[in-house]
Structure formats: structure tokens, C-alpha cells
Design a protein around this ligand. Structure first.
Ligand code: CP
Ligand code: NVA
Length: 332
């Protein structure tokens, strides 16, 4: 089946069919092979892209900038304080200005409705680099990483478990991509931090069509048992108040990914994390949390993070190849 995503925006994975997601995964793998072989792939020579970040970033920004350069494009970065967006100029006006100058626009920010509005007015493809609700480019990198471990298409019928703050942008998106690709998904955490009921319902409908399951549980043993992938993310996301740390530590500590939890997963299970991660005291926030609450490791222990099952840096590298695939597929 031939797939074309030319001219499309990439706002959330619910908008894409399993075949379209498959196409993006295969293109990511192809671009990765080309990069590794130093084979030139400047397919978008002379194009320009805008990278609008209303929240900070290491991986996503670098993946878009390096990816744009690899594809022969020029990227302009607008940082959280440097643009007029939302403060002096509406999203709709910004979209129409940027759409006149650029061939594509990446946006990282707050509510999903902001990136949707940007796309509605820009007249060029808009790519979601993370919103409060979703982080779709992360998912392509994640499934690519899983398939490097378990084979192309090898995740179907396997179980992926998100431990902890399952209703955040990464937990939500992981549930969507698993449903789309026929992967059994388990959200394991306290009831307070689960994905919204409406999204769970939508994913269950998709999963019914792809032959997979969506499970929500507060039971760590049920969540970990038999999982091929144990995934977690930080307990307080960007844009959330630092005052939430105490409450989140209370709610989420039972879901910390440690060796004992990993031992309950499948024998060949891997550990994944979108990063950044609080697995030690080597960050300002990590140290502050330690001073206040006495916890040196949060969502994952250093042992698991640095251990043989961890694939977190493969996953980080794959952000580059998958973001290139999104830009190429939508701009070519
Ligand atoms: N995983 C991820 O999106 O990382 P950044 O916040 O560094 O972009
Ligand atoms: N849930 C995290 C993901 C960071 C990539 C956040 O939104 O801060």
C-alpha cells in the first residue's frame, strides 16, 4: 500500500492510521541507516523550518536542528522568551506570519489546542514537539527502539507498561501508539494519575481493531508481570508546579522502577524513558528534591537506568532519525 503524508501536520498519533505510522517507522530506520553509512540525504535542500519552543528542550530541539541540517534545510530556533507568540501576538497571527516564511513549523508548548490552532492557520505542516497532552514524535523513536530489540513488527502481541504518571503527555501517547500498532498496553499507577477516561475509551476502540488490549491498574505486580518494556517518565512535568513534588512522591513512589520491579517483567524486558530523568542527585532539581524529601532517586533507580536492560540512550538517538522522517514525509 502506498502512503503519502505530503503536506500533513503531525499533531497527535490518533490522526494517523497504523499504515501511516508503519511508514514513518520504516522511513526512520532507513534514514538511520543512511546516516550511519554517511550517505548524503539532503532531500529538502533549500527549505526552511521554524522551531518554536515555549518550554525547554535538549533532545527535541537538537533532533529538529540536526535533522533539518542533514536534510539540507535551515532551521530557525525561537526560544521560550524570544518570540511574541501568545504574549504580543495571537497563535493565529503567528501561524500566518511563520507560514509565509517557512516550509514547516515545530511547536512545543502547553495545551494541545495551541498546536492545533497553529496548524489550522499556518498553511504549512506543523509538528507537535510536545504539548501538555501528547508527545507524538517521542513515540516514533520509542517504537523504533523497541523494534531494534524485538524485530520489525515484533512488538505485536507483546506488553508495554508505563509505570507512574501514566496520564502525562508521554503516558497518553504511548497508550495511543500501542493501540494503533496492536501492542498490549498497561498503564500502571495510582487512579489520580491515569489517562483521561475519554482517551482510554478512544484507545480501546482502536485497540479492538488491531487486536490489542489496554489495561489500567494500580497493582505493580500486575503491571510489571510479563511486560517486554517497562517505561517511565518524571513525576512532575514541565508546566506543572514544583509544589506538586510532595504529593507526587507520596502517590508515585510505589511505582519507582527498580531492580525488584524489573525482575517481575519478562526475562528479555528492556527499560525505557523519554528523558530527562531524575535517577541521581546530579541535577539541580534532583538535589532540591533530595534536600526536601530525602529521596536520591525518583522515577527510576540509578541501577536500572545504568543497567544492562536500559535502552534510554538508543531511544534518545532515535529521536533524531524519527523526527527527520516526520519532516521528510510531510515536506517532500
Ligand atoms: N524526550 C524529550 O522530549 O526530551 P527534551 O525535553 O530534551 O526535548
Ligand atoms: N512528561 C515530560 C516529558 C519530557 C520529555 C514533560 O512534559 O516534562
Amino acid at each position: 500500500m502506498s502512503v503519502s503524508l505530503s503536506g500533513r501536520s503531525f499533531l497527535k498519533l490518533l490522526d494517523f492510521t497504523p499504515d501511516e505510522i508503519r511508514y514513518l517507522l520504516d522511513l526512520s530506520a532507513d534514514l538511520k541507516a543512511k546516516k550511519r553509512a554517511h550517505e548524503p540525504h539532503r532531500y529538502l535542500e533549500g527549505r526552511n523550518v521554524a522551531l518554536v519552543f515555549e518550554k525547554t528542550s535538549t533532545r527535541t530541539r537538537c533532533a529538529f536542528e540536526v535533522g533539518a541540517a542533514d536534510l539540507g534545510m535551515h532551521a530557525v530556533y525561537l526560544d521560550p522568551s524570544a518570540s511574541q507568540i501568545g504574549k504580543k501576538e495571537s497563535i493565529a497571527d503567528t501561524a500566518r506570519v511563520l507560514g509565509r516564511m517557512f516550509d514547516g513549523i515545530e511547536y512545543r508548548g502547553f495545551g494541545q489546542e495551541r498546536v492545533e490552532e497553529l496548524a489550522a492557520y499556518a498553511g504549512v505542516p506543523v509538528w507537535n514537539g510536545l504539548t501538555t497532552e501528547f508527545h507524538p514524535t517521542q513515540m516514533l523513536a520509542d517504537v523504533l527502539t523497541m523494534e531494534e530489540e524485538f524485530g520489525r513488527g515484533g512488538m505485536a502481541g507483546r506488553k508495554v507498561t508505563f509505570m507512574g504518571d501514566a496520564g502525562n503527555n508521554v503516558g497518553n501517547s504511548l497508550m495511543v501508539v500501542c493501540a494503533k500498532l496492536g501492542i498490549d498496553f498497561c498503564a500502571c499507577g495510582p487512579a489520580e494519575q491515569m489517562p483521561a477516561a475519554e482517551l482510554v475509551e478512544a484507545c480501546r476502540e482502536v485497540a479492538a481493531g488491531t487486536g490489542s488490549t489496554i489495561t489500567l491498574t494500580a497493582d505493580v505486580d500486575e503491571g510489571a508481570r510479563g511486560a517486554s518494556v517497562i517505561y517511565t517518565d518524571i513525576w512532575v512535568s514541565m508546566g506543572e508546579s514544583a509544589d506538586l513534588w510532595g504529593e507526587r512522591i507520596r502517590l508515585l513512589s510505589p511505582y519507582q522502577v527498580n531492580d525488584e520491579l524489573m525482575s517481575r517483567a519478562a526475562d528479555d524486558a528492556i527499560f525505557m524513558h523519554c528523558l530527562p530523568s531524575f535517577h541521581d542527585r546530579k541535577t539541580t532539581i534532583g538535589e532540591e528534591v533530595y534536600q526536601k524529601f530525602g529521596l536520591a532517586e525518583l522515577e527510576v533507580t540509578d541501577e536500572v537506568f545504568e543497567g544492562a536492560r536500559s535502552r534510554v540512550f538508543e531511544e534518545a538517538e532515535n529521536r533524531l532519525h524519527s523526527i527527520k522522517a516526520v519532516m521528510l514525509a510531510t515536506l517532500q
